[in-house]
Write a protein that binds this ligand. Structure first.
Ligand SMILES: [Zn+2]
Length: 84
């Protein structure tokens, strides 16, 4: 098993995650990500955290997630993946 290879897929996933969430991601890529998500517990957890943060903001503040929060979330998730 090549752990590094799997890691690359996860980081690639993270980069397009907000596009995926906004529904603007290319359909082919989105399908690929959904398939990856089914097999990767880490990405599943990342998407859950991501969605929870977005939902929290949109329900409590009726506005978009501030860029600094979005950026902080993304770098936290990235760090989490790189630590593995
Ligand atoms: Zn993954």
């Amino acid at each position: 098993m090549d752990e590094k290879h799997e890691c690359e897929g996860c980081l690639e996933f993270l980069e397009v995650l907000s596009d995926y969430h906004d529904g603007v991601l290319d359909e082919v890529v989105a399908t690929k990500l959904e398939m990856h998500m089914r097999e990767c517990a880490r990405c599943k957890a990342v998407v859950k955290t991501f969605k929870q943060t977005i939902v929290h903001y949109s329900t409590t503040r009726c506005e978009q997630v501030p860029p600094h929060v979005h950026q902080g979330l993304m770098s936290a998730l990235k760090r989490c993946m790189e630590d593995e």
